[in-house]
Write a protein that binds this ligand. Structure first.
Ligand code: SF4
Length: 422
């Protein structure tokens, strides 16, 4: 079971009072939830708070809401809890333990955008059951359905959610149009991560609520922890929490934020500081390297994972992720040369923004961040005498794409378990 911990002073607004127990509708109401609030007032609070999406790209929430609000159509809202990133458990936990916080935020998003329908898009069985019970406990004024994708990396992409809800596969689609232009059934659709929606509910209940983040903290030999931390917490505080102050590097944001190298512990978890470090919060998954663990091996395993997760719709992604993974594996094995390093450098730039979704960008970023943060170390792996240089890598080391799994989701079946009545 995932350990849960708060770095907040006083009450942790997202974890709530008892994070190990599912919160009922009555308990949520008693804590101040579901109270009336004008949608315009809430929108202004979201804007003033500078809330950014918590699913990956970190897009400003108010901008997204406004785009759908201004569309002139009757839109749709999708609560995205698919959580395909292998190192993340925060979204499924949020829906399992605090379903009414998510539901409240989703209904307020519907109110702000004057949406006529809502969908909860969730892969994890337990989280889906919890949301289903919440919908029974408090029947929403806006018709709402639960839609289930398979648990894959790309299922969490917002265009995958649209395709799945429209009756297709949970695979990304080319943009434009973006969902806020034409989404479910072709109407403007607000797709918002479930943690983003939970923060919207908190802004409605208590405008001065401290801004916090849900993080999944993991690493070799660590039991994964779900941590609620104030925005601006340093990586050092997290490393201290899990006894990894001697970490040689950190994989940030699932794989979206790349690998940060020595000295990264001073970096704080806020968008501008992370961007200055060449990284991003992504889904909030923070993976600490353990002393002696090689970042080149970490990058090779990450690339193997991404190559395996490619939906194989874009030729450039199929060949690009495979080439990155194969070449990084050859660096780990000690069989790569300078020309391979040059190829990695070139591909990590030329593949950016070439795929229909963010997976290919994640692969390119992973390679470029390794070369930026650990260039000399990576170069030291070249040549035939690797065994003498890196104790963590070897000529027969097999890729381990599963090393990032903080907690496998509970999924009883793999093929479209529940369809939405539409
Ligand atoms: S970039 Fe890759 S994962 Fe994304 S849609 Fe294209 S083939 Fe699929």
């Amino acid at each position: 079971m995932t350990q849960i911990h708060s770095l907040m002073r006083g009450l942790a607004p997202l974890l709530g009072e008892n994070p190990y127990r599912r919160e009922t509708r009555d308990a949520y109401w008693q804590a101040g939830g579901y109270r009336d609030l004008s949608p315009d007032l809430l929108f202004n609070r979201i804007k003033a708070a500078g809330l950014r999406g918590r699913g990956g790209a970190g897009f400003p929430a108010a901008t997204k809401v406004q785009a759908v609000r201004a569309s002139g159509s009757v839109p749709v809202v999708v609560a995205n809890g698919a959580e395909g990133e292998p190192g993340s458990v925060k979204d499924r936990w949020l829906m399992r333990a605090r379903p009414h916080l998510v539901l409240d935020g989703m209904l307020r998003a519907a109110d702000m955008t004057r949406a006529a329908r809502c969908y909860v898009y969730v892969a994890d069985d337990e989280a889906a059951d919890s949301m289903r019970r919440a919908l029974a406990e408090r029947e929403p004024v806006v018709p709402t359905w639960i839609v289930r994708p398979e648990h894959t990396y790309v299922a969490g992409e917002e265009t995958s959610a649209i395709r799945r809800i429209n009756g297709g596969p949970a695979l990304p689609a080319a943009k434009p149009p973006r969902p806020f232009e034409a989404g479910v059934d072709g109407v403007p659709t607000l797709v918002a991560n479930v943690e983003t929606l939970a923060r919207i509910a908190l802004l409605a209940a208590r405008p001065g609520t401290p801004d916090s983040l849900l993080l999944t903290v993991s690493g070799r030999g660590l039991k994964p922890e779900l941590v609620e931390a104030p925005v601006g917490t340093s990586l050092q505080a997290l490393a201290y929490r899990v006894d990894r102050l001697d970490t040689p590097g950190v994989l940030m944001g699932g794989m979206f934020g790349g690998i940060l190298g020595p000295g990264c512990l001073k970096t704080t978890l806020e968008p501008s500081a992370l961007a200055a470090a060449g990284s991003a919060l992504g889904c909030g998954a923070v993976h600490f390297l353990t002393a002696g663990e090689c970042p080149v091996g970490l990058a090779a395993d990450g690339l193997a994972r991404l190559a395996a997760e490619s939906s194989r719709q874009c030729g450039v992604c199929v060949s690009g992720t495979a080439a990155l993974a194969r070449t990084m594996a050859s660096v780990v094995h000690g069989t790569a040369g300078q020309e391979d390093l040059a190829s990695l450098t070139r591909w990590s730039q030329s593949l950016l923004r070439r795929g229909a979704c963010g997976l290919l960008d994640a692969a390119a970023n992973l390679a470029s961040s390794l070369l930026r943060s650990f260039g000399p170390l990576t170069e030291a792996h070249l040549g035939a005498h690797l065994g003498a240089r890196c104790t963590d890598c070897s000529a027969d080391r097999a890729p381990d794409p599963d090393r990032f799994l903080a907690e496998p989701p509970t999924v009883r079946t793999t093929t479209h378990p529940v369809s939405a009545p539409r």
